[in-house]
Design a protein around this ligand. Structure first.
Ligand code: AMP
Length: 417
């Protein structure tokens, strides 16, 4: 019996993959424009990196991690997100000594044991940015503007930037108790999960998608009324710099995000066309995480973008038209002539494939059509003797003879058209 991909995972195939590679190329270029360096951390870490980094009481750590014991019995986890891994690496390599402000980005797969649905997978892909070493509100605004620009360069519209502050160690406890007090008066109206969250992590209730909880949350106290002077000023400055940078946003006072490590700024970018799983990316400031994971006291800001959802929003829109592949078809005994032709094409940077297995002209042309090829180059004995090739446009079956010496020039004209 044939074996299928694991539930919640999938193969990304052509033509969809063309948008993925083009997007990655655009993202890498953009990151460099903003002073970011790429980082590739392992896809698995000691479990502690995530349990301490993300927080024991989050959904991710509580029920979504792929955790297993390796052969020596050490607890290993496939990364459910990358911020904790990047922080681990930042600390391990003493990057705080390399530069006052360190800007890093990553692109790669993440793993979460969630219930698969449209836009939600167990292996999914994220692009992320992390800035270490500055608590300046401009960094928040600049890093948000960068991703807004990326989305705009991709041609996306119908996007909304929601932004909020979740306060800091000074003011959050105060808000937490006010919220807890309010929620305890509405205990019976909350879902089972929120009844638990209410005690351990009441802010998470604000995030709950269950309609009953949404109703309760509507009248809950707002964190905006509990921010300390420092947090209020930070928020004010971030919004100011977003204005300076020309980014439009909406203050979303119930936005808290699902991870524990955030302080002050949190934000999300929502695509209005996406349905229930409508957040394409999210992030915020995390000024205590580096220290909590055993590193120096270094503030940070970052975001992670869900590439699967981004691709869904792009839909059938193509980010680029790939250069055509030339299928070189040997006729009769002329494989060597076909190979020579393909080598010349490849030397000049074109895409060329020799159809060595075609048994006849007819079957070769059929193969090319099936592969969606636009151009065939026919290489037979009489063509070799006359030092020419035949270029066939598969779309209208038009054929013309081209002297071998003119082939590259002709092809370049064809591509330029
Ligand atoms: P998070 O790390 O939870 O803040 O998620 C950041 C972004 O990653 C989200 O806005 C989604 O676009 C994407 N994402 C998170 N979980 C999944 C998943 N299971 N499948 C696909 N995309 C996801």
């Amino acid at each position: 019996m044939a074996i299928n991909a694991v539930k919640g995972t999938r193969d990304i195939l052509a033509p969809e993959i063309c948008n993925w590679t083009k997007y990655e190329e655009m993202a890498r270029k953009l990151f460099r424009r903003y002073g970011f360096e790429e980082i590739r951390t392992p896809i698995f870490e000691y479990t502690e990196v995530f349990s301490r980094g993300i927080g024991e009481d989050t959904d991710i750590v509580h029920k979504e991690m792929y955790t297993f014991a390796d052969r020596k019995g050490r607890s290993i986890t496939l990364r459910p997100e990358s911020t904790a891994s990047v922080v681990r690496s930042y600390i391990e390599h003493r990057m705080d000594l390399q530069a006052r402000v360190k800007r890093l980005f990553y692109i790669g797969p993440m793993f979460r044991y969630e219930r698969p649905q449209k836009g939600r997978y167990r292996q999914f892909y994220q692009t992320g940015a992390e800035v270490f070493g500055s608590s300046h509100p401009y960094v928040d605004a600049d890093t948000i503007e960068m991703v807004v620009r990326l989305l705009r360069d991709l041609g996306l519209t119908g996007l909304r930037v929601d932004i909020n502050s979740v306060g800091c160690r000074e003011c959050r406890p105060d808000y937490r108790s006010a919220l807890q007090e309010y929620l305890s008066g509405h205990r019976e109206e909350l879902c089972e999960d929120c009844q638990r969250r209410m005690n351990n992590n009441p802010l998470r209730v604000l995030d709950c998608k269950v309609p009953g909880c949404g109703e309760v949350v509507k009248n809950a106290p707002s964190i905006q009324d509990h921010l300390c002077g420092g947090c209020l000023e930070h928020q004010h400055q971030v919004l100011h710099f977003l204005d300076v940078l020309g980014v439009t946003y909406q203050l979303a006072t119930d936005l808290v995000r699902g991870l524990d490590y955030y302080t002050r700024t949190v934000f999300e970018v929502i695509s209005e066309g996406l349905g229930a799983q409508n957040a394409i990316l999210g992030g915020g400031r995390y000024d205590n995480l580096v220290k909590e994971l055993g590193g120096p006291d270094v503030p940070a800001f970052g975001w992670a973008l869900g590439m699967d959802r981004l691709m869904m929003v792009l839909g059938d829109r193509q980010l680029s038209t790939p250069d055509p592949t030339y299928f070189v078809l040997p006729i009769g005994n002329e494989l060597a002539y076909a190979i020579e032709t393909s080598v010349a094409l490849k030397d000049a940077g074109h895409h060329a494939v020799v159809l060595a297995e075609a048994s006849s002209l007819k079957s070769g042309l059929k193969q090319i059509s099936k592969a969606g090829g636009r151009f065939a180059i026919l290489a037979g004995e009489s063509e070799r003797e006359r030092n020419i090739l035949i270029l066939r446009d598969m779309e209208n079956s038009a054929q013309r003879e081209i002297p071998v010496g003119d082939l590259l020039k002709e092809i370049e004209n064809e591509i330029a058209e």
